[in-house]
Design a protein around this ligand. Structure first.
Ligand SMILES: Cc1cc2nc3c(=O)[nH]c(=O)nc-3n(C[C@H](O)[C@H](O)[C@H](O)COP(=O)(O)OP(=O)(O)OC[C@H]3O[C@@H](n4cnc5c(N)ncnc54)[C@H](O)[C@@H]3O)c2cc1C
Length: 390
């Protein structure tokens, strides 16, 4: 049986970043990154919308995203002159009705306190800055003047993974089928091909598979897949101003943003409307019945849109509070979580990976204190809610 000091399960943005930062921070032990789908095509990362923002209500989330932003700012320094992830710094615009005004103001205050470059605009200010927007029913909008936008998630993940491999991380194609515990520690993994790998530390970076992986070690983690649709829209009549729009989140929860010369949009369902089937089939009726009319009322140019493509992705959803779970299990202390990002893990993957490396090397956090994201709240079922889950 082969032995590694650290075994990371899952080679998406979180697992790849953890492997990279372990090496970058000088970890000299052996590291394996185990991934069942080395096309990386069906994980959350490849299917995400690539957004990065500071518009959260939880300070830890703001700091994690700012860590990701700092990587984007220093991309070539970090990964070499060819590195490019197509970062479009066009901002986020989160809208609020009169009912949502107080919460948006509170969130904005938390964001600014944590270094975000965000500004509140009233209906008049919104109409002036975003002439394509109908401001009926809007009281306020929070706009990220810098440090927010979107990028190509697949490219960012690839940079971390390749840099980790170049620094000596072994990437193993295989699916973990079981976890063996010895003396209260996760001691080894068995892959579906029957091979076994012993581990000093086990990092769960399994995305939507994180709950299933935890269960193999006898741990209940409320993280699993939640199906989401992203629609690609053609809008021949869109103005240049609309093509420069920020990622805009309407009071209905519908979001859209430019994507090349097209647009993408989506809407997360209420709990009662959550799709029961976890497959790859797009529900086009969801767009027709739940999105189109509301979207066109907010942005009249979208009255003449055509859905030209769509894809399904699955959120790595933490059903307790939609916030990440990061850190060791209180009893199985060599089992570390980096899970449950619930729609904001692309931007937080680098920060989470760096935090996991700090835990392994130093036994505690050095850059961002993530104690509140620990497993203890899951065990006690005491949620730490994030208000801005899109
Ligand atoms: C439609 C959509 C839009 C999104 N938009 C955004 C956004 O705009 N901004 C943002 O920040 N986030 C966004 N997200 C969320 C983000 O994509 C995820 O939170 C993030 O990618 C999680 O990264 P990960 O590395 O944990 O998961 P993944 O990328 O899914 O990687 C986990 C990997 O683990 C592997 N794995 C699982 N179990 C096993 C096993 N037993 N054995 C071996 N391998 C295993 C899987 O194959 C997978 O490749 C979005 C997600 C979706 C679905």
């Amino acid at each position: 049986m082969k032995t590694y000091d650290v075994v990371i399960v899952g080679g998406g943005i979180v697992g790849s970043s953890a492997a990279y930062f372990l090496k970058k921070q000088g970890f000299t032990g052996t590291i394996a990154l185990i991934e069942r789908d080395t096309s990386y095509a069906n994980g959350c990362t490849a299917r995400s919308c690539g957004g990065i923002r500071q518009q959260f209500s939880t300070p830890e989330n703001i700091r994690l995203s700012k860590f990701g932003l700092n990587i984007l700012r220093r991309l070539k320094e970090e990964f070499g002159p060819e590195a490019d992830v197509g970062f479009h710094e066009q901002g986020y615009l989160i809208l609020a009705s009169e009912n949502g005004r107080a919460i948006l103001e509170e969130n904005h205050a938390i964001q600014v306190e944590n270094g975000a470059d965000n500004v509140l605009l009233d209906a008049q200010g919104l109409a002036k800055q975003f002439p394509w927007l109908v401001t009926d029913g809007l009281a306020l909008g929070c706009f990220g003047k810098s440090g927010e936008g979107w990028l190509d998630p697949y490219s960012l993940m690839g940079l971390f993974r390749k840099a980790a491999a170049a620094r000596g991380v072994d990437i193993i194609q295989g699916e973990v089928a079981s976890v063996k515990k010895t003396g209260g520690r996760a001691s080894s993994l068995t892959l579906t091909d029957g091979s076994e790998i012993a581990c000093g530390t086990l990092v769960n970076a399994g995305g939507t598979g994180a709950g299933a992986l935890a269960r193999m070690a006898g741990i209940e983690l409320p993280v699993g897949p939640r199906k989401r649709y992203v629609y690609v829209l053609d809008c021949p009549g869109a103005s240049e101003a609309l093509h420069k729009a920020p990622l805009t989140v309407d009071i209905s929860g519908i979001y859209f943003r430019p994507e090349g010369r097209q647009f993408i949009c989506g809407l997360s369902p209420e709990e009662v409307d959550e799709p029961r089937e976890m497959n790859w089939e797009v529900d086009y009726a969801w767009f027709e019945e739940r999105i189109w009319e509301t979207l066109a009322a907010r942005v009249p140019a979208f009255e003449a849109i055509k859905v030209v493509n769509a894809w399904v992705g699955h959120y790595d959803y933490n059903a307790l509070d939609q916030n990440a779970v990061i850190g060791p299990h209180p009893q199985v202390s060599n089992f570390l979580f980096a899970n449950g990002f619930s729609g904001h893990g692309l931007q937080q993957g680098p920060g989470a990976g760096n935090a996991i490396a700090e835990l392994i090397i130093h036994g505690g956090y050095r850059t961002i204190d993530l104690e509140r994201f620990g497993f203890e709240r899951i065990a006690r079922k005491v949620p730490l809610f994030e208000r801005n889950v899109i």
